[in-house]
Design a protein around this ligand. Structure first.
Ligand code: HEM
Length: 496
């Protein structure tokens, strides 16, 4: 039975949440294909105060800018991310129970992978050098080619990422990569679609969809032998492999992979059954491939628009950085690609991956504006674009300035330079999210993208096909935005 005080509190909550509903509610139907436009409209109309963004997956409350700090400090007791992510991405239905012990997305990515990046650079560099000419299909007789950019980037990024994930030769198995890409491409929209159905129907709907479009099972089947070989090798060399600085003799013939790092955390049943480990790798690939492909696609389109002197500056800085490391493109050299880093950061500011992100569910009542109390179970979120186009923080925000962040570096190694880095988090830049749940894979992603872009930039000129000078409108579905898949770019081999 409700006591009097509880009744008053609930009534108050309902009244004020109801007021937010009536007052701050943009129209529903545009939300599937134009959530970004709706967010912009809501932000203008309500002056940065919380408003409801209706969506096919329920109501999202877009919080004001002061809530970036609140979510940054959040410890999941009021605004909870893990529970919200299970609802948003439906991993239980698509991947089985990988969420009760999510060891593959915890310390492994947050700390071990970041520490191991130095030894990963030579691997991903070699893979990029092998894969780029193959993907661009440029031969001695034909030095220029026009390609649909996004799909080309997806297949290139999938291969280079998997060199780090599972090593060679697995990363070159085209059948596995094609399945992995399609699983990753289906998973996000499908999770959104599943959200449209009541809980009880989600599994049957997923089963039917998997029968029609193919499920993760085939991908896992193709991947398992490669994962098994890492388990066998780890058992053979024991602790040597499962250390951050593997023994040089082991590295030479069999360098470490992210799968090796997984073995540090995997429970015994997953080590015994490599299929279970492979599911974790497929899930990690899902977080990794499309996000990085979207960035590299936008970056290349922006590079195609830059005047030759600016391209020359970026190339000059890359050449100098590599020369300063004795001609080797290692992690330290990549760390000196400040202009490329700035270009990627500007891509994230200017082109958003989502209209609303860092989604959280309230576990308790939460006050989000004067007199507005959300009941438990409300979905809240942050909108990147209004923050990223704030003229007080970013002068001339409508201009894409590739050197916006590199210009602000003082050259002194220290806090001010670090703050300008692509992977730095701030309340004004939320591409990688906020707080403890901000993207832990961002250091790996940034490194991989810089290696790929460096290889392309130093060996090819990029330009628009004749008659085209801009990128076609991106494709939006619910809260997510992807580059237009029909957009093409011309790659021309640079003369030696
Ligand atoms: C350009 C590439 C990437 C972008 C833009 C990106 C963006 C994001 C964003 C916005 C979040 C949610 C943050 C929040 O809720 O506040 C996130 C979470 C996450 N990302 Fe990334 N990501 C990228 C690449 C990667 C890669 C390469 C990996 C793995 C190797 C990865 C693994 C994860 C994981 C495990 C989480 C969940 C963290 C948690 O809930 O605690 N991401 N990412």
């Amino acid at each position: 039975m409700l006591n009097g005080a509880a009744f008053v509190a609930i009534a108050f909550t309902v009244v004020f949440f109801g007021r937010l509903r009536r007052k701050n509610r943009p129209s529903l139907p545009r939300s599937v294909l134009d959530s970004e436009g709706l967010v912009a409209e809501g932000w203008r109309k309500f002056g940065g105060k919380p408003f409801i963004l209706p969506s096919m997956t329920g109501e999202w409350i877009i919080l004001g800018p002061e809530f970036v700090e609140v979510l940054r400090k959040s410890d999941d007791t009021v605004f909870n991310a893990p529970i919200r992510n299970i609802e948003l991405f439906q991993p239980r239905i698509m991947f089985g129970d990988i969420v009760s012990n999510p060891y593959h997305i915890g310390a492994l990515i947050r700390s071990d992978l970041t520490k191991a990046l130095r030894s990963i650079v030579p691997e991903i560099l070699e893979e990029a050098q092998l894969a780029i000419p193959e993907k661009l299909k440029i031969s001695d007789s034909k030095d220029s080619v026009t390609l649909p950019l996004f799909d080309t980037m997806v297949s290139l990024v999938a291969r280079v990422s998997n060199r780090a994930m599972i090593g060679a030769p697995g990363c070159r198995n085209d059948k596995f990569l094609a399945r992995q890409v399609s699983v990753a491409a289906q998973a996000i929209p499908m999770a959104q679609v599943l959200n449209w159905f009541p809980q009880i129907l989600r599994r049957p709907v997923w089963k039917v969809f998997s029968l029609l479009a193919g499920s993760k099972d085939e991908c896992v089947r193709l991947l398992t032998p490669y994962v098994q070989s890492r388990v066998d090798y780890a058992q053979q060399v024991g602790a040597i492999l499962i250390s951050l600085t593997p023994h040089p003799d082991c590295v030479k013939d069999n360098p470490s992979t992210i799968t090796d790092l997984l073995l540090r955390y995997a429970p015994e049943e997953d080590v015994i059954d490599a299929r279970r480990l492979a599911i974790r790798v497929v899930h990690l690939n899902m977080a990794s491939i499309h996000t990085s492909s979207i960035f590299t696609t936008h970056a290349l389109f922006e590079l195609a628009r830059l005047p030759p002197d600016q391209i020359a500056q970026i190339r000059g800085e890359i050449a100098e950085a590599i020369a300063s490391e004795g001609g080797i493109c290692n992690k330290a050299a990549v760390g000196k690609f400040h202009m490329l880093d700035s270009l990627l950061k500007e891509v994230g500011r200017y082109h958003s991956l989502f209209a609303a992100g860092s989604s959280r569910i309230t576990l308790r009542e939460a006050v989000v504006a004067e007199g507005v109390v959300l009941p438990p179970g409300s979905v809240v979120s942050l909108a990147p674009k209004p923050l990223h186009f704030n003229a007080e923080v970013y002068p001339e925000p409508l201009t894409f300035d590739p050197f916006r962040f590199s210009k602000l570096r003082t050259g002194e190694p220290g806090a001010s330079d670090v703050r300008q880095a692509f992977t730095s988090l701030s309340n004004d830049y939320i591409v990688f999210g906020v707080g403890t749940h901000a993207c832990p894979g961002r250091f790996f992603a940034a490194l991989k993208m810089k290696v790929i872009l460096c290889e392309i930039l130093m060996n090819y000129d990029v330009s628009f096909p004749s008659g085209e000078s801009t990128m076609p409108k991106p494709f939006a579905f619910n809260m997510f935005t992807m580059p237009n898949r029909t957009a093409r770019l011309v790659f021309t081999k640079r003369k030696a």
